[in-house]
Design a protein around this ligand. Structure first.
Ligand code: FAD
Ligand code: MLT
Ligand code: ZN
Length: 460
């Protein structure tokens, strides 16, 4: 049952308490300064906020939350505001707490290969720090210049290297989180073996700002993979791509990424970027990358591909610029779609066994309900993760209901990596049982009894 009550607007006393804590320069109340925090990256979700507060320290986060509880003010935690499910913007007049000033990245520990990062540091900055230490961070995604480590933990972000390194949940070895009553959960020792009760760090991961505000994250870094080989393969059948991928997993231990660009997505890239793929295909282009810290993986990748079928259409790159040229087809899809309109995004996972059948059906399911809409599909094939994008005027509930029901009927999950946000909360029952949803709400009530943290997100 929904437990959301209306949030109060911060009164003069609360606004002045905010200013005492962070300084008046970091309490934004004018429309022209708050506007950018109130609309999401796609332009699909927008609202208004009476105040954007910008803490610099964990202590300030804690004090701000105490004031919010005292005044019944609802809060939307925000990082880089690149989330794609309407969870990072104030759709119901909430205060926005932006973590973007908390950007410190500590020195990399040379013995454990771990580093502690403040929540507002960007993914790109963490990549740079790791590279300077001769290491790498295991998660990468196209929003790297803007998305923050705190936001990535809050959404359990995935991206292009999940098949090798896992998602954010697998990189975390410690977390610092502030509960809504201001208490700080600090667990940053980074011990790999620590069987001392509940795993609160991983509970926070994927909680989308509903259980606490993440302020610091300790992550495990991975070896830098300096030798790479990238291949783009043109295919005429999605089922063949799924089979080829299973074969590559078995034969290419250095496999790092496996991404699918369906014909509908390549059309968008052709149109918006003026790029022409190096090999022909009628159904999809599979972009695969192998990488190693010690040896050149090109022979292993070539043998893996040849042993599947020796007449595949393949373009290969073995140096940085060549690889970047191939990745441009994949990395520019999201921005190209947005050039054509405000997209309706459905990020889903399918089991390998039903992915091709789902892909064959989803276009018709959308066309039946919105004949003028354009459906664009691509995704992280290595994880069974498809991104279904719908452009044009659509009835959101009708399309969501139909596509997400189709996902559930094919044994999939209604969210692979973007989370639930406000966009999918009405459909969460398709992937989670009544008992699970009741447990979600019990956890929420225990950790945020005043119900002030992102109350409309996930399972309200
Ligand atoms: P925000 O958008 O600010 O917030 C996201 C959610 O986390 C909100 O619910 C918010 O309340 C909460 N939150 C933010 N910071 C905190 C905090 N410190 N404490 C508690 N809660 C917090 N996602 C993928 O998984 N894989 C991809 O490949 C991928 N590619 C993308 C490409 C593009 C071009 C874009 C625009 C987005 C992409 N995304 C992808 C989505 C997005 O980048 C991720 O969801 C990312 O993790 C969001 O980080 P953020 O800092 O922008 O969070
Ligand atoms: C991606 O994989 O590029 C992202 O998740 C962004 C999107 O879905 O558009
Ligand atoms: Zn993605």
């Amino acid at each position: 049952m929904a437990r959301v009550t209306a949030g109060a607007a911060p009164d003069t006393e609360a606004l002045s308490a905010f200013a005492d804590i962070v300084g008046s320069a970091h309490v934004l109340t004018e429309n022209e300064t708050t506007a950018g925090y109130c609309i999401d990256w796609t332009g699909r979700f927008s609202g208004q906020s009476p105040a954007v507060v910008r803490p610099r320290t964990t202590q300030e986060v804690s004090e701000l939350l105490r004031v919010c509880v005292e005044h019944g003010v609802h809060v939307v935690p925000q990082g880089g505001n690149t989330g794609l499910v309407g969870g990072s913007v104030p759709l119901h007049g909430e205060v926005v707490m932006s973590l973007r000033r908390m950007t410190t990245i500590d020195a990399v520990d040379p013995l454990s290969h771990q580093v502690t990062v403040e929540a507002g540091a960007t993914l790109a900055d963490l990549h740079t720090t790791a590279a300077q230490a001769g290491l790498a961070f295991g998660v990468d995604l196209a929003a790297r210049d803007s998305c923050t480590i705190g936001g990535m933990v809050a959404t359990n972000a995935g991206g292009i290297h999940v098949l090798r390194h896992g998602s954010m949940r697998q990189q975390i070895v410690g977390l610092e989180t502030v509960l809504s009553d201001g208490r700080v959960l600090r667990h940053l020792a980074g011990l790999h073996k620590d069987n001392t009760g509940y795993d609160l760090d991983r509970l926070m991961c994927g909680s989308e700002g509903t259980l606490g505000v993440i302020t610091r994250v300790r992550v495990q870094l991975v070896p830098a993979l300096g030798h790479i080989a990238t291949a783009m393969i043109g295919l005429d059948d999605v089922a063949e791509a799924v089979g080829l991928l299973a074969h590559l997993r078995q034969t290419v231990p250095s496999l790092l990424a496996a991404e699918a660009i369906m014909a509908s997505a390549m059309d968008v890239v052709r149109h918006c970027q003026g790029l022409e793929p190096p090999v022909p295909a009628s159904a999809l282009w599979l972009l695969v990358e192998a990488a190693s810290s010690t040896t050149d993986p090109v022979d292993e990748l070539a043998e893996g591909l040849m042993s599947w079928r020796d007449d595949l259409d393949v373009a290969v790159a073995t140096d940085g610029p060549g690889s970047e040229r191939l990745w441009r087809f994949r990395e520019t899809i999201t921005e190209s779609i947005s050039q054509l309109g405000v997209p309706h995004k459905l990020d889903v996972t399918l089991p390998a066994a039903t992915l091709a059948a789902f892909n064959a059906a989803v276009g018709d399911v959308i066309a039946e309900r919105a004949p003028d809409a354009r459906t664009v599909v691509f995704g992280h094939l290595g994880d069974g993760n498809l991104h279904v994008n719908v452009l044009g005027a659509v009835d959101d509930d009708d399309i969501d209901g139909a596509v997400l029901k189709l996902v559930a009927d094919h044994g999939g999950s209604i969210s692979a990596e973007h989370g639930i946000g406000t966009a999918k909360s009405a459909w969460l029952h398709l992937s989670r049982t009544t008992a699970e949803l009741a447990t979600f709400r019990a956890l929420r009530a225990a950790l945020d009894p005043a119900g002030i943290l992102n109350p409309h997100v996930l399972a309200p």
